[in-house]
Each structure stands twice: as C-alpha cells, then as structure tokens.
Design a protein around this ligand. Structure first.
Ligand SMILES: NC(=O)c1ccc[n+]([C@@H]2O[C@H](COP(=O)([O-])OP(=O)(O)OC[C@H]3O[C@@H](n4cnc5c(N)ncnc54)[C@H](O)[C@@H]3O)[C@@H](O)[C@H]2O)c1
Length: 406
C-alpha cells in the first residue's frame, strides 16, 4: 500500500501512526470491543487536539466505530505535518496548518462548528468557548486538560453551559499518568532536543508543583539537576519540600536559576521584575497549556530583534544579558518535542474514547454541567492499562469485603 502512494511525507506519517498504534494496545482493545456494533455510527465528532501520531490513533479508532470526524489543532505550533498528511490521505477532514496566525487558527474551530458536530473533544477550552457562544445542537463534549477544566468551571458558574461536558482530565487514569509521568518526561525531552544543554548540575526552577510539576521536577532530578520549586499553594509547597526539593518564592531564585520551567496554568508567572534580575544565559520555557506563563511580551518589547539560535530557540538581550526562550513560551513538550509517549496517551485517549461512547448512549439523561469521568470508565481504562503492561493484581476476598464494610 505504501508504494501505491508516492509521497514520502505520507509514508512517514503512516509509519509513525503504526508505531504509535503498536504502543497503544488499550485503544485497539476498546475499538475491537465496540466496532461490530458500529457504536458511533451516525455521530459526527469535532476534535480540537494537538495533532500528533497518538491523536491519529484516537481519530482512526473513532472512524472505525463509525463516526464522522472533523479535526483541528489545539495549538498552531504543535501540529505534526506528516500526521496531518496521513490523516488527509485516510480521508479525515483536517483544518489547520503549522504556524498559522491566531485568526486563521480560531477560524478552524468555526469551520468545524459549521459542520454541526454532535459531540466535541477539546484541549484547553477554546473550542468549547466558541461552541457555548452559539447554539449548535451539540449533544455533549469532553475536555482533555487542567487549564480547560478551570475555564469550564468558570463558565458553568456564569450559567453558560448548553451541553454536558465530561472532564477527562479529572480521571485518575489521565492526570496521574499523562500530566505527571508523560508530561514530566516529554517536557524534559523537548528542552533537551531544543537546546541540547546538559541538565546534570544545573539549577532548575520548576514553577508549580501540581501534577505536571511533580513529573518535571522528578525527571530533572533524575538527570542530575538541582531542583527548586516555586508554589502558591502551601500543601503543594510542603509536598515538594518533603519530596526533597528546595522551595522558594520565585523572586529569591533569580540569581541561582539556570533553567525555568513553568507549569502552573497561570498568567505571567515569570515576568519583568524576575527576568531583569536573572543570570546571563538563563533559559526560560513553559509546559503549561497556554503561552501566558512567561511574559514573552516583555521580552519582545525590550529586544525586538532576538537571535534565532536554532529552531524554537531564541536569544534575547535584556539588560546586556542573554535570556533564552524555548518554543516561543508555548508547550515545550509538543512544540519542542513530539508530545507525550504513546503508552501514556493510550490511557488519556482510552478515557476520551469511553467517555464519548458513554455520552452517545446517555446524553439525553445528562444535565448541562461538567461531569467527572464515570468511575466505571476510569477503572476500565486502568484495568486495560495494567494488562497492557502484563501486570495482574489481587482481588478483594469475601472476608476482606465483609471486614471493610462491617
Ligand atoms: N504540556 C502538556 O502536555 C500538558 C499536559 C497536562 C497538563 N498541561 C497543562 O499544564 C498546566 C498545569 O497542569 P497540572 O495538571 O499540573 O495543574 P495543577 O492544578 O495540578 O497544578 C498547577 C500548580 O501550579 C501552582 N501555581 C498556580 N499559580 C502559581 C504561581 N503563580 N506560582 C507558582 N505556582 C503556581 C498551583 O498551586 C498548582 O500546584 C495546565 O496549564 C495544564 O493544562 C500540559
């Protein structure tokens, strides 16, 4: 089949898709369970996710279940172009191009909504924001990430909801693994691929010790870095301290930090007052969903002509010091690297897939609010994940159950 199609970029996409699929056996198991019934036949699904090889596995799985798919990227810089080519070759409708300006980027979501999808998958809340503004007759949706969930909670308070949304990020089989182990590893990988620096001996400042921060701090430590954590939550700060990390306010780190990694979901965490005191040669990058955690406006205002050292690696001169910025302050693991490993995305996308199937069967009974992933789905994806690693566990005995509930 590869030889029939004379394009090396599609061939690259096919090979990477197959490699990801091989490492996402959980998704295959779910598809095999539901495909004969064509569970999603007649549904059209609008998807706004980072377009990676793992996303292609989810998309092709949904197609096998009978759904009609429209896809656009959750970030203009995270698109893997060979994967887009592969998906188009497989007749999936994809709107969006790498590096496109914000206006066209938003237009992609509009174009999907005009197709009147019944269900939507979003990563970051931007797609839901657009869908909630108008009445598109959407039955339900899902949300992939922490920042998206935070925004949705605010919109729910403002009574803006028009359909039920399942917060996939809230599933234990998502946030413990994707945010922590997946993003922890892939963010460090993105930093190393982009800058090529040595981590051992460096002072790494991790801003935010939530799920993502825990993963990043532990991976950086594993590579020999000295890690300092900044936090605003006393419990998370205490946890970082007990995990063996130094904890300080960010303003106390500026003279020691070699590398800053933000993962708070907050705005302007690294800003002018910090940057101007930082060491010559400091590197700044972000693993949070939006490109707002590092004040890149300030960098661009002070140095309008930064040097592009190499792809995704810029040098600004601020107060006669070199300040490096990776991936324009956008998600380093997806812009500077390939995103999370397929084994991890299999957990997240098992939750997505099972949540969509659940929505297709139950949307009429659901209220217009945010739901957690039903426990049954969380447990099913956990069980499938364990089996994918060939791990088996004990079951509770009758005696233990009686004892527990007595
Ligand atoms: N790059 C990826 O692939 C990926 C994957 C998952 C999540 N995310 C994103 O990463 C971000 C963090 O996600 P999470 O699941 O770890 O969230 P979380 O809520 O578990 O953790 C965020 C942490 O940041 C802390 N924080 C908030 N403001 C701060 C500030 N000003 N200074 C220091 N700490 C501060 C919070 O107290 C919290 O402990 C979100 O934007 C999320 O959407 C990215």
């Amino acid at each position: 089949m590869l030889l029939d199609y004379n394009s090396s970029i599609i061939e690259k996409g096919i090979k990477e898709f197959l490699w990801a699929k091989e490492n996402m056996s959980i998704i295959d198991k779910i598809i095999n369970k539901y495909k004969n019934k064509k569970t999603l036949e007649g549904y059209s699904i609008g998807i706004c996710l980072h377009i990676t090889k793992e996303t292609a596995v989810l998309v092709m799985g949904l197609k096998e279940l009978g759904a009609n798919i429209f896809l656009c990227p959750a970030n203009p810089l995270s698109i893997q172009e060979h994967i887009v080519s592969f998906l188009k070759y497989k007749e999936i409708i994809v709107y969006g191009e790498k590096g496109e300006p914000l206006q066209t980027f938003c237009k992609n979501m509009d174009r999907i909504l005009e197709k009147k999808p019944n269900m939507i998958i979003d990563d970051g809340g931007e797609f839901h924001k657009m869908a909630l503004r108008k009445n598109y007759n959407i039955f339900g949706g899902t949300e992939e990430t922490t920042s998206g969930i935070n925004r949705l909670k605010a919109w729910y308070q403002k009574k803006l909801f028009k359909y039920p949304i399942i917060g996939v990020n809230q599933s234990r089989t998502k946030y413990i693994f994707d945010n922590r182990y997946g993003t922890g590893q892939s963010s460090i990988e993105g930093i190393l691929r982009t800058s090529g620096i040595l981590l051992a001996g460096k002072r790494v400042i991790v801003c935010g010790y939530g799920h993502v921060g825990r993963g990043i701090a532990s991976c950086a430590k594993g590579l020999g870095a000295k890690v300092t954590v900044t936090e605003i939550d006393p419990i998370h700060a205490l946890e970082a301290f007990m995990d063996g990390f130094e904890v300080k306010p960010i303003s106390d780190t500026t003279t020691i930090g070699d590398l800053y990694i933000t993962c708070t979901g907050q705005v302007r965490v690294v800003r002018e007052e910090h940057i101007e005191k930082m060491k010559n040669g400091v590197i700044l990058c972000n693993a949070g969903h939006f490109d707002v955690e590092i004040d890149t406006n300030y960098l661009n205002k002070i140095d309008k002509n930064p040097t592009l050292i190499r792809k995704n690696f810029k040098c600004f001169i601020i107060n006669k010091k070199k300040i490096y910025l990776l991936s324009e302050g956008r998600v380093i693991n997806l812009v500077g690297g390939d995103g999370n490993p397929p084994e991890i995305m299999a957990f997240s996308f098992a939750n997505q897939l099972l949540s969509l199937i659940y929505l297709s069967k139950n949307y009429e009974k659901l209220e217009n609010k945010i739901y957690n992933v039903p426990k049954k789905i969380e447990n099913e994806s956990g069980r499938l994940a364990l089996h994918s690693f060939n791990i088996h566990i004990d079951t509770i005995t009758k005696e233990q159950a009686n004892y527990f509930y007595s």
